[in-house]
Design a protein around this ligand. Structure first.
Ligand SMILES: O=C(O)CCC(=O)C(=O)O
Ligand SMILES: [Fe+2]
Length: 223
């Protein structure tokens, strides 16, 4: 297993995006989506395959049907299964270290890593990762730690078919692949919520799909 860089920079919540962008651009193999509307980075093989396999086993041990906050009443909106990972697990600690070293996002601003498993036909329909300020549950979800800033997502396996992540507003579809990391800013340069981050986890057509997601907040995370 690749050891995380222990010299981890802490560059803040990501609300000030520039240090995060510069950190990502300085890492080998990081590619930036060429779009003025969406700040998104991709790095292939960011997690070693062995660590991905360990995380899959951890997700399988705890998974349950996913829920969606700000529910729109459509029960098929997010049909995957979710598993919260144990922050004390050495595999989770190693993953946290890799995310922190790549992005510079300060760990104390991060929610605990969440795992998702999608079987054939399961999906996560179009959504943004930030919470709508006018949403009925805004205070419940954002009252303590503020809204989300950056999303870091890593595919843990390569499904046989389907399961891409599509960003419709910028016409970009990313194919899942073991260890591939996506990081995007949910805000515009001025800090406002960026609707162009609208994305969906497309239906898996064959095989299964596993991902982990880590969301960062304006203020330190208080669960
Ligand atoms: O599974 C995917 O491709 C997207 C997952 C996602 O958008 C999320 O968990 O917020
Ligand atoms: Fe999402």
């Amino acid at each position: 297993m690749t050891m995380p860089n222990l010299d981890i920079p802490a560059l803040g919540s990501g609300l000030d995006a520039e240090p995060i962008v510069q950190r990502l651009l300085g890492q080998p193999g990081v590619q930036r989506l060429p779009s003025p509307k969406l700040t998104l980075f991709v790095k292939r093989a960011a997690l070693p395959a062995e660590l991905c396999a360990t995380l899959i086993a951890r997700i399988d041990a705890v998974r349950r049907p996913s829920t969606v906050s700000d529910s729109n009443g459509d029960a098929s909106y997010r049909t995957s299964e979710t598993g919260d990972l144990d922050p004390a697990d050495p595999a989770v600690i190693a993953t946290e270290g890799i995310i922190a070293a790549l992005t510079g996002l300060s760990p104390e601003h991060g929610e605990p890593i969440q795992g998702q498993r999608y079987a054939v036909g399961q999906e996560f329909k179009g959504h943004t990762d930030y919470f709508e300020p006018l949403g009925i549950d805004y205070d419940r979800y954002c009252g303590r730690s503020g809204n989300r800033t950056w999303t870091v997502m890593i595919y843990l396996n390569t499904p046989e078919a389907g399961g891409a992540t599509r960003f419709k507003s910028v016409d970009k579809t990313i194919q899942p692949e073991t260890g591939k990391l996506l990081a995007w800013n949910n805000r515009r340069a001025d800090g406002s919520l960026n609707a162009a981050t609208l994305h969906q986890g497309m239906k898996v057509r064959a095989g299964v799909k596993y991902v982990i997601t880590k969301w960062f907040r304006e203020k330190p995370w208080i669960g």
